[in-house]
Design a protein around this ligand. Structure first.
Ligand SMILES: [Fe+2]
Ligand SMILES: [Fe+2]
Length: 197
């Protein structure tokens, strides 16, 4: 496998940079959510951030394994999001970025990798795109529930569980303070489903 003189080299570099930034951006979003008392949202963002870090590693390994010498500097042009606002805006921006990744960027990079004869790199782009699709759906659910104020309330009774002490109950809305441990609502586990693609 030789990535010299290929577009895939630059696509991997761009992907490594994008995943690295996404991972760090989501850690900063998690820190902000946690500082506002939204611990479950912060945990969700940290989990997604860890996924992005893992994706960055996959891309960096493909890139370094495909080059004969260490790359001290590889210039390229690319656009990245620079958003640090309210937690709702952060999550909505993250969902948009995930959407662009799984609908445009990675399918495009996968097709180019296939054309250039890098089937295992194409497979990585495809598998990572599927994860970004799930991330998009998770983040979109969180944003919609925040907008409609249904993060911790629903039309029908459902199970709410405190992530700190494990107390659970069937209620239309989660407690503002856990009746068992006294931890605030921000510790209540979210009602968000992670799809498989
Ligand atoms: Fe990713
Ligand atoms: Fe993602």
């Amino acid at each position: 496998m030789d990535l010299q003189q290929t577009q895939t080299l630059y696509n991997l570099a761009r992907s490594f940079a994008g995943e690295s930034q996404a991972g760090n951006r989501y850690c900063l979003y998690a820190e902000k959510a946690q500082s506002e008392g939204s611990y479950a949202l912060a945990a969700l963002l940290r989990e997604i951030a860890r996924n992005e870090e893992a994706h960055a590693k996959v891309f960096l390994e493909h890139l370094t394994q495909g080059m004969p010498e260490p790359i001290d500097s590889l210039p390229f042009n690319a656009g990245y999001p620079y958003i640090f606002a309210s937690t709702l805006e952060n999550i909505e921006a993250a969902a948009r970025a995930e959407q662009e990744e799984f609908t445009e960027i990675y399918p495009n990079f996968s097709a180019i990798a296939t054309q250039e004869g890098f089937s295992s790199i194409a497979a990585s782009f495809d598998r990572i795109a599927a994860v970004e699709h799930a991330h998009h759906d998770i983040l979109t659910q969180a944003a919609q529930q925040m907008r409609s104020q249904t993060l911790y309330a629903g039309a029908q009774p459902s199970v709410w569980r405190c992530s700190h002490c494990g107390h659970s109950a069937v209620l239309t809305a989660a407690w503002s303070r856990c009746p068992l441990c006294g931890y605030p609502q921000g510790y209540v586990e979210l009602h968000i489903t992670a799809p498989t693609y």
